[in-house]
Design a protein around this ligand. Structure first.
Ligand code: ADP
Ligand code: MG
Length: 280
């Protein structure tokens, strides 16, 4: 299999959509798994107290397990918290536990509450780079809300990946997400940009899916990946075996589509600062 090119600097993606159940976690896990399978080095940050990404990557995250809560609230360095994904060489994971549910409130009273993840991540990336162990991609999985955890992710990232479920009301709420991203960009992170839209749970047999896809493509243009992720039982089964679909059923349409989406992402390369301003 052909390997994918390494980006010239670490690309930091936040997978965001304040709606639950649209495929954020599935996308974070499987894009990370696909990139890793192609020889790249990935850090997955699980920022959802439910810890679904940690589960799918086979990382322990029972209550009290040190993870992203300790990084955000107690300033514990990431190097003491990240764990290698047992089945996916190249992936390390910053796990989330249910303790993180309290962080949304505890963060409110902390100094620099919006930039805590950014600082922790920057220190870790630098440390890994110095150790000749550079991370190519950081993929941050968000909870289904626009609270302080998601704001921390939007401040830490450079690129937003929005999964959109090909269902009724798919576009509802997207305006609010886009406005929040613009607010973060104006006040907290001028480098932030929506670079990638991924259509998920696409059902080629229905006019509904085709209609949603058409609407999303006419609104977001070339940011929408050509690959749409099909609705697939194999994709939804994989996490209950603590697996990505790439390891659970490598030949399935779900696995192949996530590989293809990852290839598109890798080939889109780093965004060129001279052309990415888009009328800011
Ligand atoms: P979110 O993180 O946005 O809440 P998830 O990734 O957890 O969404 O997905 C919601 C549910 O849909 C999960 O049960 C997941 O297994 C399932 N799912 C996600 N993508 C697909 C797909 N392409 N085909 C079938 N089921 C999917
Ligand atoms: Mg999720």
């Amino acid at each position: 299999t052909t390997q994918l090119p390494r980006p010239d600097q670490t690309r930091i993606f936040v997978v965001a959509n304040q709606k639950g159940g649209v495929g954020k976690t599935t996308t974070a896990v499987n894009v990370a798994a696909a990139l890793a399978q192609k020889g790249l080095r990935i850090l997955v940050v699980d920022l959802d107290p439910q810890g679904n990404a940690s589960t799918a990557l086979d990382i322990a995250h029972t209550e009290g397990t040190p993870g992203v809560y300790e990084a955000l609230v107690e300033d514990v360095p990431l190097s003491e918290l990240v764990r290698p994904a047992p089945q996916l060489p190249g992936i390390t994971v910053l796990p989330a536990t249910i303790d993180l549910a309290g962080a949304e409130i505890e963060l409110v009273s902390l100094v620099a509450r919006e930039t805590r993840l950014k600082k922790a991540l920057a220190a870790h990336l630098e440390e890994r780079e110095r150790a000749d162990d550079r991370i190519d991609y950081v993929v941050i999985d968000c909870p289904p809300s626009l609270g302080l955890l998601t704001v921390n992710a939007l401040v830490a990232a450079r690129e937003v990946l929005i999964p959109i479920q090909c269902e009724y009301y798919a576009l509802e709420g997207l305006g609010q997400l886009v406005r929040n991203i613009e607010l973060v960009r104006a006040h907290l992170n001028q480098d932030l940009e929506i670079t990638t839209i991924l259509l998920t749970m696409y059902d080629a047999r229905t006019r509904l899916s085709a209609g949603v896809a058409e609407q999303v493509r006419s609104h977001f243009g070339p940011k929408v990946l050509a690959t749409a992720i099909p609705r697939s039982v194999r994709i939804s089964e994989a996490p209950s075996y603590q697996q990505s679909v790439l390891t659970y059923d490598p030949g399935s349409s779900g696995a192949l589509s996530y590989l293809e989406a990852a290839r598109e992402i890798a080939q889109s390369g780093t965004s060129d600062p001279t052309t990415s301003e888009r009328g800011a």
